[in-house]
Design a protein around this ligand. Structure first.
Ligand SMILES: Cc1cc2nc3c(=O)[nH]c(=O)nc-3n(C[C@H](O)[C@H](O)[C@H](O)COP(=O)(O)O)c2cc1C
Length: 355
């Protein structure tokens, strides 16, 4: 079942069910891809996955997580992304999407190998969020976004999508999970607003729907629109499954082509146990049960091929978004898909006989 192709929209098929999950590299040069990205992504494009989602890319300077994030808000960055996509497509022509994001109160952070999860003390920037609640005791307070800020943020997402398509991407994935800005509006844990963007579920999801609508209007039907959605906050009074099902249905009605269900990240400590195999499977099953016709995947410890085959065969999982296994061994999928995905130039290495 891993190898079964799937229609993602009227114009795009994926040749199998494994997708490269977006993974931040904190290695950009002024927001543009660096040599590291060429090396890293050319490994991943040959991995056998049917689609590549490029790491979380900021829609504005304030929306970066760290100073080394990829960004797509100016023409130099657009030009450099265009070069990268041309290069990757010349190696292998599979759909490549860009994950677009705003970090909100999780921005102005050190890069992980300098000080993991710690705010920049020097030369940081003032972050913005749904409320002025801090991410954590030791973090500074963000500014609470006013209506002008919200309008600007929606337009930044829209402009970045347009730039991504002009640069040659096959689509975009909107990041609505992991405690970043859109999630900061969705979650009652962090959204304490009293206006149209806070309080009731309808108000908390307003920003996510406005952004999705704007992008959908700009995206041609031939392009892919995905969302990384949070299924659960895993904390008391956080987003629950009924709420995420409600939002998922709304996103489907706008014309989103696929959902990748993630969870957690709105605060540091949650009940999410990331040690378990396929730890989000139960969440995705509940969502898929209510949205049978939508293409839905999940992410998190899906490395066990037998388990993956079994679950991709069930009616509850369409796609597997794989991250770390591909970093450890970019040929990880060759075992499952063999000749279908091994590049011709490498075939000899996998032949039994040597001649
Ligand atoms: C180095 C690294 C960077 C990541 N960056 C992102 C990111 O940019 N956007 C995102 O949504 N998830 C990000 N993630 C989460 C992965 O996409 C994936 O969902 C997670 O690692 C679980 O899948 P896995 O068990 O297959 O690694 C990152 C994970 C890793 C290990």
């Amino acid at each position: 079942m891993i190898e079964k192709k799937i229609k993602i929209n009227k114009h795009n098929y994926l040749s199998n069910r494994v997708i490269v999950s977006p993974m931040c590299q904190y290695s950009s040069i002024d927001g543009s891809p660096s040599d590291w990205h060429y090396k890293h992504l050319s490994n991943l494009i040959l991995s056998g996955a049917s689609m590549l989602i490029i790491e979380s890319t900021a829609v504005s300077k304030v929306g970066r997580i760290t100073k080394k994030d990829l960004c797509l808000y100016n023409s130099t960055q657009e030009k450099n992304f265009k070069k990268l996509i041309k290069f990757l497509k010349s190696i292998k022509d599979i759909p490549i999407c860009l994950q677009i994001s705003h970090s909100g109160r999780k921005g102005s952070c050190n890069i992980p190998w300098v000080k993991s999860g710690r705010p920049l003390n020097k030369n940081g920037w003032k972050t913005i969020s749904s409320s002025n609640l801090k991410r954590d005791k030791s973090w500074p307070s963000p500014i609470k976004a006013n209506i002008q800020d919200i309008k600007r943020i929606i337009s930044e997402f829209e402009k970045t999508s347009v730039r991504a398509l002009r640069a040659g991407f096959d689509g975009v994935e909107i990041h609505m999970a992991h405690g970043y800005l859109i999630h900061q509006f969705l979650s009652p844990i962090c959204n304490k607003r009293k206006d149209n963007y806070g309080g009731s579920l309808k108000n908390r999801i307003r920003l996510s729907l406005e952004i999705t609508n704007k992008i959908k209007n700009k995206i041609l039907n031939s392009k892919i629109l995905g969302v990384r959605l949070t299924g659960l906050d895993h904390v008391k009074k956080g987003i629950n499954i009924e709420e995420s099902i409600y939002l998922a249905k709304k996103l489907k009605s706008i014309g989103v082509n696929y959902l990748c269900i993630s969870s957690g990240g709105i605060v540091k400590k949650t009940r999410l146990n990331t040690k378990k195999q396929a730890f989000r499977l139960e969440i995705v099953k509940k969502i898929k049960k209510e949205l049978k016709k939508m293409v839905i995947g999940t992410t998190g410890n899906l490395e066990n091929l037998e388990l993956l085959k079994k679950n991709l065969y069930s009616k509850y999982l369409d796609l597997a978004f794989i991250g770390r296994p591909f970093l450890k061994n970019s040929q990880w999928l060759y075992e499952a898909l063999g000749a279908k995905v091994i590049p011709k130039q490498y075939e000899k290495a996998f032949d039994k006989k040597i001649n």
